[in-house]
Design a binder for this molecule. Structure first.
Ligand SMILES: Cc1ncc(COP(=O)(O)O)c(C=O)c1O
Length: 432
């Protein structure tokens, strides 16, 4: 990673990092927030308001990371703060049935084409784990087809990034081979590869598991008709289609990616934007599939499931997510992407986006698009992106320095924020 000289003071962040390394592993609470991506130290944030964040040294940033996409309304939206304060005053957690869980489930079913029944969980990882057990429990089959570079949380069975002839690329130490024995990994955006995997494992595949927009290697859209082909292939092989909408749900429209691309999933999972900044996730899907959870037949428990205080915030957040809110997000994204393409025109840069999710890829100049995990590995200049983002920090814009993550816009962002980002990008590119 090339060092970028900075003009803003981040002294207090530096001191906190020094201290934090003695108390916390890597000085942070998740590897992507630490020395893996940030140098010479992470920026310690103090507070956020709307589409902006302020660090402990008082520097302000337009926030395009938005808690990895969780903050669909930005920081501290007054109506969400108010909903939370009122709900907490009523007792935050009952771990009983509650009216608000019925209301929010009804709302999700009303707007998402694949959500006939809903079950709440707390994080995307947890919802994806429950979905895995559910597809296996419902079908009585063990294998899943997943895709190279897709992420569905950090559970063992999903933690196989690729399985090319050179050998498996496993996400973590500590995963026994048996946990991955039923995980088939094929390239995404390649319908033939899925068909071959299903043919070679006839009658054994419980589900095709996919992100609908590849969001853990930047932003890679599905090629035309691809998700519909996955639907058809699943049907032809008696497998379920499980679409992981943790990133796309309530971001690409009220109906998520399924609504946007016109695909019917048997099962979906939500997290991030659903919780609007709080740990609320959900599994949803076809009634008969979801009903396999009934009575704990497929077991999914959780003391914190459907926390009423958090769901009171979600109810308010979903009420704010009307058609004009989504239309505004799309318009802002079009403006931002056009501005970034113009500002970075002199560079080997591709800006890819779907609605308010976008990524700037610094490439080797040998491709006109990043369409897959393999393209990403072959063409993306990770170090240059990392330097670019560190220069952006100094220009007052925050996003993840990892090119595998992506930027998002929220309903609190304004045209002025977009202009600031474009100006900062122009300046940052000139500095690296
Ligand atoms: C597609 C997808 N699924 C699941 C997850 C896991 O969600 P969480 O971080 O809430 O556990 C993520 C997180 O980035 C994700 O991108």
């Amino acid at each position: 990673m090339g060092e970028v000289s900075v003009t803003r003071s981040t002294e207090r962040s530096a001191a906190l990092f020094e201290r934090a390394q003695r108390a916390l592993v890597d000085g942070v609470s998740s590897p992507s927030r630490g020395p893996l991506n940030y140098h010479p130290h992470p920026l310690y944030m103090a507070r956020g308001s709307g589409g902006r964040m302020t660090d402990v040294d008082g520097n302000e940033y337009v926030d395009l990371m938005l808690a990895f996409g969780a903050l669909i309304h930005g920081h501290a939206h007054p109506r969400l703060v108010d909903a939370m304060q009122r709900a907490v005053a009523d007792g935050a957690l009952t771990a009983t049935a509650s009216e608000v869980e019925v209301e929010v489930a009804e709302r999700i079913s009303a707007v998402h084409p694949s959500a006939e029944r809903v079950r709440f969980a707390n994080t995307g990882t947890e919802a994806c784990m429950a979905a895995l057990r559910l597809v296996r429990g419902y079908t009585g089959r063990s294998k899943i087809v997943k895709f190279e570079g897709h992420y569905h949380g950090w559970a063992d069975a999903y933690s196989l990034r690729s399985n090319m002839p050179g050998g498996p690329d496993v996400d973590s130490l500590g995963i026994p081979a048996g946990a991955l024995a039923d995980t088939l990994v094929v390239p995404w955006n390649d319908a033939d590869a899925v068909e071959q995997a299903l043919d070679a494992n006839r009658g054994e595949v419980a589900a095709i598991v996919t992100e609908p927009v590849m969001a853990n290697l930047g932003v890679i859209p599905p090629v035309d008709g691809y998700l519909t082909t996955l639907r058809e292939l699943a049907d032809a092989h008696g497998a379920l289609l499980y679409v992981d909408e943790t990133v796309t749900g309530f971001r690409l429209g009220a109906g998520g990616a399924c609504g946007r691309f016109g695909v019917r999933a048997d099962l979906v999972t939500f997290g991030k934007a659903l919780g609007a900044g709080f740990p609320v996730a959900a599994i949803a899907g076809r009634a008969d599939v979801m009903d396999a959870l009934a009575g704990g037949a497929v077991l999914h428990y959780g003391t914190q499931n459907a926390n009423p205080a958090l769901l009171a915030v979600v109810r308010e957040s979903l009420a704010l997510l009307d058609a004009p809110a989504y239309a505004d997000l799309e318009r802002l994204a079009d403006t931002l992407v056009a501005g970034l393409r113009d500002a970075l025109a002199g560079e080997n840069v591709l800006v890819q986006y779907v609605g308010p999710m976008l990524q700037v890829y610094f490439t080797d100049g040998e491709t006109d698009a990043i369409r897959s995990y393999r393209d990403f590995g072959a063409h993306v200049d990770r170090d240059r992106f990392n330097s670019f983002v560190h220069a952006l920090f100094d220009e007052g814009v925050y996003t993840s320095p990892s090119p595998a993550l992506h930027s998002v816009l929220c309903t609190a962002h304004t045209d002025e924020d977009v202009e600031r980002v474009v100006t900062a990008a122009r300046a940052a590119a000139a500095r690296i």
